[in-house]
Write a protein that binds this ligand. Structure first.
Ligand SMILES: [Zn+2]
Ligand SMILES: [Zn+2]
Length: 346
């Protein structure tokens, strides 16, 4: 049988005393008298537990920051905690917190009170954005043709999507400026806050569009004894795009999927697929864009031929099928070049 060394009561003891004597003058939790809730004046995000967080409701943010400020004694676990927030004025909130904690098998309820003070600040990201901070420039250009506005838009949308994806893991990733190249062959310069993200994006564009990437870095400053470089990624698009028709070595090819160094072409006559490197195709001429292709209604299909209705004069026309070609559905894609009709082998 155990008993309390302080008051003599019999029963279970904690550090040699009974529950009442043990809990006397003892607290397992505490909170500072004031807790600061930092809010960025630009993005309106709140700093809670060293992270910037979006909260639609300031009272909810006050609750989070108050609960985060609770400290518990060593060997104490929190079973539950709940905060009641009441606004005191525009910038202050009263927080009343009810806690249940467990310590050495004892379950204890405690209450805490604090004032949450709303303070304005500027977060790191916003101060970098305001200072137009960037580590890298992505230059979108073409190899030897004029870029269409729509193409530049597509590329910028792609860049934007990749930036957003990266920004979910790292909020310091952003675009600080986009300059459209006016006149000439067109294009755009995208100023990116993070060099490794800019590099990743240049590689992705290279893979997706068969673009050639060249990077150059320039020493701009020294920070804490380290050299700081600014990197320019020149992303140059080839003359052709996926779905275009090329004339190369007197043969017509359909442009297929692009890779960094090569592209898959399909011979329009034979249907054979061949890989060519982008450098090989410097001399190739784009004779048709994917948006120039037309749908033609199929009237009859035989082993070697397809009879279609001409899409502009509506007369029946017989066309030789590319090898291994089979009609799927009621139409075929065709391309008209110098009055001749060609089936798109797909
Ligand atoms: Zn006692
Ligand atoms: Zn901010």
């Amino acid at each position: 049988m155990s008993f309390c060394v302080k008051c003599g009561a019999e029963g279970p003891v904690y550090d040699n005393v009974c529950r009442n004597c043990f809990l006397e003058n003892k607290r397992f939790t505490r909170i500072p008298e004031h807790v600061n809730l930092m809010r960025c004046v630009h993005c309106k995000e709140y700093s809670i537990d060293n992270k910037w967080i979006v909260h639609d409701d300031v009272q909810k943010a006050a609750e989070d920051v108050a609960l985060d400020a609770v400290e518990v004694l060593k060997d104490t676990t929190v079973e539950s905690m709940e905060a009641i927030i009441t606004p005191a004025d525009n910038a202050n909130f009263r927080a009343h917190i009810e806690m249940t904690v467990e310590h050495k098998g004892l379950v204890v309820e405690e209450e805490l009170d604090t004032i949450v003070r709303l303070k304005n600040t500027v977060c790191d990201r916003c101060s970098m954005i305001k200072g137009s901070y960037f580590e890298a420039i992505l230059q979108i250009r073409s190899r030897d043709r004029k870029l269409l506005e729509k193409e530049v838009d597509d590329m910028l949308d792609r860049v934007d999507k990749l930036i957003k994806e990266s920004a979910t893991d790292n909020r310091d990733v952003f675009v600080s400026k986009v300059d459209r190249v006016v006149g000439g062959a067109g294009g755009a310069d995208v100023y990116i806050s993070n060099n490794s993200v800019a590099k990743m994006i240049s590689r992705q564009l290279s893979d997706q569009y068969g673009a050639e990437v060249k990077d150059t870095s320039k020493l701009v400053t020294q920070k804490e004894g380290r050299d700081v470089y600014r990197v320019t990624y020149l992303v140059r698009l080839p003359a052709y795009r996926f779905g275009d028709v090329l004339l190369y070595k007197k043969k017509m090819f359909l442009v297929g999927p692009m890779r960094t160094t090569n592209v898959r072409l399909t011979d329009m006559k034979t249907g054979d697929a061949v890989n060519y490197s982008h450098t090989d195709l410097i001399d190739a001429n784009v004779i048709g864009r994917s948006e120039d292709m037309l749908d033609a209604i199929v009237l009859l299909e035989t082993d070697k031929e397809v009879q279609i209705m001409h899409p502009t004069n509506f007369k029946p026309v017989e066309l030789r099928k590319p090898q291994k070609f089979k009609v799927k559905g009621e139409t075929v894609r065709i391309f008209i070049y110098e009055e001749e009709l060609y089936i798109i082998p797909k």
